[in-house]
Design a binder for this molecule. Structure first.
Ligand SMILES: [Zn+2]
Length: 218
């Protein structure tokens, strides 16, 4: 007997009888023609902020990479394994996505752990501790970026972290080049898991504002 958690077996049965039945033609088309998603999302591993759920997308629409605290490391050509950078490279240079969205979220455990304090330097086997040191520049920018004074420190850092990841995206030459010539846009968003509200970064003010669906459609 093959094994999977029962929750997954039940979920798959529901998918097979529901969405798969409705979207079978789309799956077949994607299998034959290959994927051509136009949007990539970098989001957190947190089980409460799945981009496919929040943005209500079908198969083939979103190219997603997830990691602890939705971090984009800076461009670092070396011999270390870079999972997020590899996903970015594929999405940008092979799939030629038109948009990259970094999606932060409320109550982020990675950001909370960083605020609670990370050993410096973290011991080599502390993968989380080492990974979340990538949040340090976001904390530094909070001091000079005129953060919204009404935000609690955790939310402020979650949002600064999105801005820092956007800056780090621009350290990749093939991203910077495409943004400059207009082939690619870089955007930031933050999802409030307690209210379900989605905020988007306004590049002019540097602040996050509620997404206005009516205005966007117009
Ligand atoms: Zn998180």
């Amino acid at each position: 007997m093959p094994h999977l958690p029962l929750r997954l077996i039940k979920g798959y049965a529901a998918f097979k009888g529901g969405r798969l039945a409705e979207e079978r033609a789309r799956y077949r088309e994607l299998a034959e023609a290959g994927q051509r998603p136009e949007i990539m999302v970098v989001s957190c591993c947190d089980s409460r902020c799945a981009p496919e759920t929040i943005f209500d997308v079908g198969p083939g629409e979103l190219f997603v990479t997830r990691n602890v605290a939705n971090l984009v490391p800076p461009f670092a050509p070396d011999d270390v394994h870079h999972g997020t950078s590899a996903a970015l490279e594929f999405a940008v240079t092979v799939l030629e996505v038109k948009h990259i969205v970094v999606l932060g979220h409320g109550r982020c455990g990675g950001v909370k752990a960083f605020l609670a304090g990370v050993a410096t330097p973290p011991p080599p086997e502390d993968f989380i501790g080492h990974w979340i040191t990538l949040i340090e520049p976001a904390r530094a920018r909070l001091a000079c970026d005129d953060p919204d004074p009404n935000l609690d420190p955790e939310t402020a850092l979650e949002r600064a972290n999105v801005c820092q990841s956007l800056d780090n995206l621009r350290t990749f030459p093939w991203i910077r080049e495409r943004e400059q010539d207009g082939r690619l846009t870089l955007e930031g968003a933050w999802f409030d898991i307690s209210t379900g509200e989605l905020m988007a970064l306004d590049p002019e003010s540097g602040r996050f504002q509620p997404v206005d669906e009516a205005a966007a459609a117009a």
